[in-house]
Design a protein around this ligand. Structure first.
Ligand code: ATP
Ligand code: MG
Length: 561
């Protein structure tokens, strides 16, 4: 089958231009550079798919680089989670790298800059420095320490490294231009003193390099050719280049920073800092809570790596920021699960049905197809008996002609079983229906080929045999935020938009074939949605997460069931 070639995105155009100019394809190299200060989220998935996708397309190595220069926020737990998530998404990195492995080299290069008169130690307070920064329209003011001699700077910088000074007393700054129209070029800080243990270098260092100083040099050390980052770094490109200009060996590859737009998902937040607040305030049950837009949350919720990759592929990359509707993500998981998830029956809001003409001691094991989308999925056995559960919503005493479910005097087919007719119902003292009495047509068995089995009735209901059903815990999730862009409001905090009803826990009844289900097995509960087995399941009790409903219940158009 021939595929229509996909048009190139703008990053691929940049690469193609470089190749056309003679850059050897064998030297292409990319990286994905997370800071280990939280778990990866769906926004990161875009960056992962972009970088690793380019690696696959150009047969080029992709490094996984931990941008670990801030020991205050970074932890080994996050490193482990990030590796696990990238692997789960289906990608293989070439080299596992850490910015912290370059601390010594970066320090040596910083000394070189001092020797060239391009960096100096500033001993003002951060407030004083802030005052001298100027504004985008007014130039800044030079620090009184800007003219320090090379010898004095070297001495002080070494003292900073050796722990002679307290935090906040000195910083190392690049000596660029305090009147540059780009505020980031006004003598940016390269190092600060932080007397904190680092998750990898422990207490070896008490000065830590800043992002701008570290990132480009790390790209250069690894000989990354195209360093792709999000749009907010566009103004940093000038500084990225300035550092390279002063360090780069001209015979080596000089990395190129290029920017693409951050991807935001509706009804949630994609920022590790904000997600951490949800975790710390106990608003969710950890980073992998199935309501979280983290890769680990989506995995636990029942998402497949394919669905996330397809989603990232569909939205592609852009030059402008926008919000992608979460229903597109849900579309992709539905599409994948429709192909792979076995169909089973579960009743979540049970109403008892008694088949009065089915003998009490009898039980019949019916054949049921596992997945009409996948012949190889085969068949399973399903018990039919006198007492069944159907969904409470599926029965009404009276209803108009558009109600294709069960009503008194009316018929429906029970999926994979028989046609039944509702004869009467019983109510409690408050008028709630407690039981429906039905008769069944013994000749109407599904798939038997008899004329009765071919008889058309309007509705088909799912059901379970009460005696054989397994009671299970079912966790029904809804959007975590009621607002489309919870962090898009100037004077309101995103936490104000938390949906108080994002989790509902109920008891459901599932067919007995699910007894052997394993953690993360995925199913379609017919007519209800896709569900997976949660890791909280025990030998006694299965716990299911609703991954997604069968239809988009939030869609503007109300498609009747
Ligand atoms: P956060 O604010 O969530 O911490 P970040 O950009 O600080 O995000 P990093 O760990 O530095 O997180 O990100 C690693 C890579 O992923 C970077 O190249 C970053 O630009 C990219 N990235 C992060 N968030 C998104 C997003 N929402 N859409 C696309 N790419 C993203
Ligand atoms: Mg960050």
């Amino acid at each position: 089958m021939s595929e229509t070639p996909k048009s190139l995105n703008f990053i691929e155009h940049i690469i193609e231009e470089d190749l056309a100019k003679g850059f050897p394809a064998k030297d292409l190299r990319f990286r994905f550079p997370p800071e280990p200060n939280g778990y990866l989220h769906i926004g990161h998935a875009s960056s992962i798919c972009l970088n690793f996708g380019l690696g696959l397309k150009y047969n080029a190595p992709v490094n996984l680089r931990f941008d670990d220069t801030n020991p205050i926020k970074e932890e080994q737990e996050y490193v482990d989670a990030i590796k696990n998530d990238v692997k789960w998404l289906g990608y293989t990195w070439d080299t596992e790298c850490y910015a912290s492995d370059y601390f010594q080299l970066l320090y040596d290069w910083a000394k070189e800059l001092i020797e060239k008169g391009k960096a100096y130690v500033d001993s003002q307070t951060s407030e004083e420095m802030a005052k001298q920064k100027g504004t985008p329209t007014e130039p800044g003011v030079n620090s009184p320490y800007r003219g320090r001699s090379v010898a004095e700077n070297i001495e002080l910088f070494k003292g900073m490294k050796d722990g002679l000074y307290e935090e906040g007393t000195h910083v190392l700054r690049a000596k660029i231009d305090m009147s540059s129209p780009n505020m980031l070029m006004r003598d940016p800080i390269m190092y600060r003193i932080l007397k904190r243990a680092h998750h990898r270098t422990n207490t070896d260092w008490c000065i830590y390099p800043m992002y701008d100083w570290t990132h480009g040099e790390s790209d250069y050390i690894e000989q990354v050719t195209h360093s792709l980052c999000t749009l907010e770094f566009a103004p940093h490109r000038e500084l990225y280049d300035w550092f390279l200009d002063n360090i780069c060996d001209p015979v080596k590859i000089r990395p190129k920073q290029r920017e693409f737009a951050r991807r935001n998902l509706s009804h949630t937040v994609v920022s590790k800092r904000k997600l951490l607040q949800l975790v710390e305030k106990g608003l969710v049950n950890g980073w992998d809570d199935p309501r979280m837009p983290t890769i680990s949350g989506l995995r636990r919720r029942g998402y497949t790596p394919e669905s996330i990759r397809n989603f990232a592929e569909t939205i592609g990359i852009a030059k402008r920021e926008n919000v992608v509707d979460v229903s597109l993500l849900e579309f992709h998981i539905r599409e994948h699960l429709n192909k792979i998830a076995p169909r089973v029956m579960a009743v979540l809001n049970p109403l008892k049905v008694v088949i009065t003409n089915f003998p009490e001691e009898d039980e019949e094991w019916l054949n049921a197809e596992n997945n009409p989308e996948d012949e190889s999925a085969g068949y399973r056995k399903l018990p039919f008996s006198r007492e069944l559960y159907i969904e409470r919503e599926d029965f009404r005493e009276e209803a108009n002609r558009k109600f294709f479910r069960l009503k008194l005097g009316g018929e429906v087919r029970l999926k994979n079983a028989y046609i039944i007719k509702a004869e009467s119902c019983t109510k409690d003292s408050e008028g709630n229906i407690t039981e429906v009495q039905c008769t069944y047509d013994p000749k109407s068995k599904s798939g038997s080929g008899s004329p009765e089995s071919l008889r058309k009735v309007k509705g088909t209901l799912h059901w379970v045999s009460i005696e054989n059903a397994l009671p299970v815990e079912v966790r029904l999730y809804d959007r975590l935020f009621t607002d489309e862009t919870p962090d898009g409001h100037k004077d309101r905090d995103f936490l104000e938009f938390i949906n108080p009803d994002s989790l509902k826990v109920i008891t459901g009844y599932v067919e007995p074939s699910l007894k052997e289900a394993k953690v993360n097995d995925r199913f379609q509960f017919q007519r209800l949605g896709y569900f997976n087995v949660d890791e909280d399941s025990t030998g006694d009790k299965l716990v299911f997460n609703r991954t997604v409903t069968l239809r988009d219940t939030w869609a503007k158009i109300d498609r009747k069931p």
